[in-house]
Design a protein around this ligand. Sequence first.
Ligand SMILES: [Fe+2]
Ligand SMILES: [Fe+2]
Length: 453
Amino acid sequence: MCIRDRIYTLLTVFVFFLSSIIKTQWSYLRLVGFLILVLSVNLILLEVLWFVFGSVSQSFPASPFKDKAYYFYLLPFAYGSMCVTFLAGERCAQIFTLFFSALAGHSVGTDAYGFFYILITNMLGMIFLRNATQRIRLIAAGFYLGLSSAVLYLFLQIVGQAPLDVMSGSFGASLAFLSGLLNIVCLISTVPLYERIFMVTTEIRLAELGSLNLPLIRNLIRKAPGTYNHSIAVGTLCEGAAKAIGLNPLFLRIAALYHDIGKTFQPEYFVENQKNLNPHERIGCEESARILASHVTGGISAARKARLPSSVVDMIPQHHGTKLMKFFYEKAGREAAASGKEVHEDLFRYPGPKPQSKEAGLILLADAIEAYHRRVPTRKVNDVIGVAQAAQPGPHGAKILYATQGATDPPTFTLFANKTIPASYLRYLERQLKDAFGLEATPIKLRVRLRGS
Ligand SMILES: [Fe+2]
Ligand SMILES: [Fe+2]
């Protein structure tokens, strides 16, 4: 097989593995960039340490300390594959290990036993990281990796029939044990950098962000319990959808938990936190729109202040995109028509940007669909119907006397009327209810009952 065929074969294997990886927060391009960077960092690290260990070994007068070959076992061979496991998943780390072991063996000039040692320690590193769902478990993973590397070292010495006395055996095994800890030190110190560069967040960090003890979440529960319940419901919807379409369920659950965090600044202006009074009735439409939009800008600054990962912060502006706040825009339009003023549409739009990723699109959809299960207090339904009828009275004296939400899934409103309501006027009322209660993306049902029926 010529060199070109080999390269093609390697690339085919690489692409096959990449395409079979369950995609999380990665795009293929960023993933390939990440793998190349980790591979380069790990190889450079090996070269530098190999050189340093060579110099250090010269300063000792006697064997085994003087023998550079022993220091091979102190090199952090598993660092790269552990990084990849931690940030991009085990499947991805498996293909990384194949490439890395061949290159690492070549760069430090080892034999078949050395190559085997590199390959096995890489695989062990992946296995021990598998259950590291808390930071403390990373240290344990390093400890177990060190222990098994020491056993592997002794095993290879025996199999290779190398001269092995107590002194050289314990020296080599100790170095192999220390390499496990060195791998973890390198991992812990560089992972935050990779997270920043490639805009991904580790599962450990995400799991920590779900804690109810974090000040941001405690504040949300205390000040805006309705929003907290809404965020949990959106997270549950996103989690299920993410599993079905191969996105990261944990990331989506956590991003959904924080998507409306900005509502804690003025919670009473958002329908899910209102009890009796609707404070929007006391202020102008432009002011209402400004407050609604401020839950996005305020959310971003609160999330940044709490040092949330940028991938989570990005979901905050994107979950509304540049959507128009139709209810207030149209209300402002009616008021302006009466006074002859002009209404600027820009003042009634969320700042955006529109969803830039599948994850953001999913949160936007789940945010809208969550309203499917929402129940609106009767007083508010009647307020909206009252305002709608005042702005545009029903034709030929048709009037809604009383309205209530009879059911959810989908939201179903029952309107008690004095006479038959024309379909066009019902469509108008439906639009008003949808806009007022954030049900734009949700199909709703209207039932009309005539007085006395
Ligand atoms: Fe929102
Ligand atoms: Fe929301």
